[in-house]
Design a binder for this molecule. Sequence first.
Ligand code: ADP
Length: 481
Amino acid sequence: MAWDIVSTVLNRPAKRPAKRPSSCRSIHGAQYQLFRRSRVRLAIWYTGVMGAILALLGLGVYQAIAHAHEVAIDREIKSVTDTVHDAIEATVSAPDQLNRLSSQLLPDLCLSGNACMGPASGIASGIASDPLHHLQPSYQHDYYIRIVDPAGRLLATGGVRPEGLPLTAPSPPFQTPKDQNGQEYHQVAIALDNTGQAAWAYLMVGRSFQDSDQYLASVRWSLLGGLLLSLGLVMAASWWLSALAMRPIYQSYNQIQQFTADAAHELRTPLAAIQATVESVLRLPRISEEDAQETLTVINRQSQRLTTLVSDLLLLSRLDSEQRPLIKRSCCLQDLIGDIVEEMAAFAISQEITLVVDFQTQTSLVVFGDEEQLYRLVLNLVNNAIIYTPAGGQVTLTLTRHQQHALILIRDTGVGIAPEHQAKIFDRFYRVDAARAGQSGSSGLGLAIAQAIAKAHGGTLTVTSQIGQGSTFAIYLPVSS
Ligand code: ADP
């Protein structure tokens, strides 16, 4: 019989698409590759930006250290030059008196024309009267002293004797000559002019920058090492942070996938029923008036189911995108609940349920919002309470004020909801007993819509329940009066 096919389709237990775990591992193939690529790209960008910032910071620190070091050394050369200059001028006032210095102040001084004793041992090796004696030991052996006459001829040298260091003119006073090995020296030139008139000679004091270069090289290596280490840490942190940043995207992608699969599944059931009904009738050679009537009734019922489903989905998507109701009016909750009780009274009687209303407040509670949506919110919950309460049970609607909120409680003495289901019943298309609910035509969108409406009105919807004892749904809505 053709009707058997129809009833098979209608009574087939609803086989729902399996819920996907929310981790990224549940995404396969091209999508997984896309998410992974995005994560890698995000991590590379994080690392690149952080690396550039760290490199700039390191460069700035290095420049500051190098500059401070150079300034300190130049100041020290200047101070040494002044000391030597004062010492020479106090003893000597003409080039031919320079030989006095060798025995009194600068024993390492080598006068031109004299055979100096071997290579210079450094100013540091001088006696206590040596004006450079106060220098730190590490610097002492770096200094050289040169005295030249105004014509540029070398009169005397002292301290270290850099090989191939050119004899420069005494101007400008700060110079950076290089020796034959390319080693750079900082040099200060100052006139020796005891009489305060024309200079009889020039004093040039300088020192190598070798130890300074070595020090700066070690600073560079330390900074580079620090930068590489930091980059490694930044890379690891970026990888972790990019996973953190991608997580909500994975979750919402999974939710959309699940929602699409559920919606398609829900739409397919009534469509399949209509198709089976039509096909079964088409197979008949003739159709009686009774069969035609029955066919049209099935098609009508399934079309209504489709219409309800589609309008529920549209309402949910509107609530999702707008986040708050478009139409806002003052709604008196006492009136709203009164209307709902009036509408549901017949249904409650048919199910042998006692419907009780308890207004615990004398003043009328007014909520500013979309009356139609608020009506839908309470109606869904009262409808569920009656459906899931066995005959002889009771459904109580309580309205009270709780601080700045109106509190509507829908309490039933029904089957109750197990703790593991309580958090999930607000999910779209979630039904505790999917097979039974599928037969009853319910879609599992009722509580999701109710919660979205409560949220859109700045309120909340919660549930407390005990298996076999009943459930209580609590709606908190901010009151406007
Ligand atoms: P449906 O349209 O299937 O009723 P809902 O979103 O309204 O979908 O409800 C989701 C599930 O929550 C239902 O399948 C039902 O198992 C459970 N539920 C809702 N209200 C109650 C209640 N008052 N008592 C027991 N179970 C309930």
